[in-house]
Design a binder for this molecule. Structure first.
Ligand code: AMP
Length: 410
């Protein structure tokens, strides 16, 4: 038996209403904040991601689905969306057509991670990117947008963590301080952290290793070494969140180890799912566009994991009950009337949802099916009524029946 690839999963019909509900909430919220949808291809040239995400990240280093296609081009299935959005922005000169581009997406992503609860190899994200302004209002807007979506989905057991990585110059100064602090502790670090010490020192704060953590607990913090401009930007974001009534925690260890990140970083973390608890992550990336193209366009964005949010919703018992529903079920009283039923169903289907029996089941079984699929009305074709050119139409909610001329059914 051929099975789905490890780390991928089928989304079966009974789960689809939950997905549609979530996507509906996302689309509504994006619309309220005036974000416009963008769809980009599933695959891109590999160098877009290696340049746009960074060679020293786990994504580029070990998780991308990369292959050489038949024309010898290195292709990668998209592991995240920001790089693709930026490519599309530059390729179509969207930044020249309007000063600020507010975009959103809902899309599958691919990363060859070790599968576990809440972590897949094909998963789905929705997210937003605002390109063209350095205003802290957009940093705050992203956090509020993500927060509102979670709330509208019914989630409450999560926290908003924010931090600031400041501008590159204060970060570079801080990295020197951090290097100095760690200089005589390198040998006590895990192998992974030893490597990161050289390639991406901020990511030492992400280490799950207990010894690393102990060392990093006493490390100097970037937030304590920010310049005035960065502090002012951060203060503004915090004030806006406060006035929007969005509760948050400042987590000075929330580094999103990428060099192009500037100022705000944030995460929404669930308390009701296991170890994979980040529902959403984002931040400002004023240096990314320049890294991918020839123009300087500041940006800020976030990405949220749909599977994880659905898991959190399940655990918080806030998945809405969505009962199946269909306008009409046509019950056939006599077997010879199959063609007539088919004809009526086809006519009705132009404007209504309609189902009937394809398997010669008894009238009782057809009625059971009508109930099961949530028919609002049942049309009974056959018997004396049919001979009179009419059909009995039963309203399922109250059991009332009326006789309607067959030609009136449309
Ligand atoms: P990232 O792009 O790594 O910042 O991830 C943003 C969000 O996407 C995370 O907070 C998760 O909710 C989700 N996510 C990331 N990787 C995976 C994965 N392998 N499986 C499921 N969800 C993921």
């Amino acid at each position: 038996m051929i099975k789905a690839i490890t780390g991928t999963k089928d989304i079966l019909p009974k789960e689809i209403p939950n997905w549609n509900n979530l996507e509906g909430v996302v689309r509504n919220a994006m619309n309220s904040f005036n974000y416009k949808e963008i769809r980009t291809p599933i695959f891109e040239e590999t160098r877009l991601f290696s340049r746009g995400i960074g060679e020293s990240t786990d994504i580029v280093g070990k998780e991308m689905y990369t292959f050489i296609d038949r024309s010898e081009t290195s292709i990668t299935l998209k592991p995240e969306m920001t790089a693709s959005v930026v490519r599309a922005l530059l390729e179509h000169s969207l930044d020249k057509q309007s000063q600020l581009n507010k975009l959103f997406y809902i899309s599958p992503m691919f990363r060859q991670e070790r599968p576990q609860a809440g972590r897949f190899r094909q998963f789905h994200q929705f997210g937003a990117e605002a390109l063209g302004s350095t205003s802290p209002a957009l940093d705050a807007e992203m956090i509020i947008l993500a927060y509102q979506i979670m709330k509208q989905l019914g989630l409450s057991n999560f926290i908003v963590k924010i931090n600031s990585l400041g501008i590159p110059s204060s970060r570079e100064n801080y990295k020197i301080l951090l290097k100095e602090y760690l200089a005589d502790k390198i040998n006590e670090l895990s192998d992974e952290s030893k490597k990161r010490y050289e390639t991406n020192i901020l990511r030492l704060f992400d280490s799950k290793n207990r010894d690393d953590k102990k060392i990093m607990d006493h490390a100097p913090l970037l937030i304590e070494h920010l310049d005035d401009e960065s502090l002012e930007h951060f203060e503004e974001v915090k004030q806006m969140l406060l006035s929007a009534g969005v509760p948050f925690e400042v987590d000075p260890k929330l580094v999103r180890g990428l060099d192009y990140y500037t100022h705000t970083t944030f995460e929404l973390v669930s308390r009701s799912v296991g170890s994979q608890s980040a529902l959403c992550g984002g931040g400002r990336y004023d240096l990314l566009v320049k890294q991918l193209g020839d123009r300087d366009v500041p940006g800020v964005g976030f990405a949220a994991g749909i599977e994880r949010i659905l898991l959190a919703m399940e655990n918080e018992k806030v998945i809405p009950e969505i009962a199946p529903k269909i306008d009409y079920y046509i019950v056939r009283l006599d077997k010879e009337l199959n063609r007539k039923v088919f004809e009526i169903a086809t006519k009705l289907r132009v404007e209504n949802s309609v189902e009937f029996d394809y398997t010669q089941r008894s009238v009782k079984a057809q009625m059971r099916e009508a109930n099961k699929i949530g028919a609002t009305k049942v049309i009974m074709i056959g018997g004396e009524e049919f001979e009179r050119g009419t059909a009995v139409v039963k309203t399922m909610a109250d059991g009332t029946q009326e006789e309607i001329a067959l030609e009136m059914i449309k």
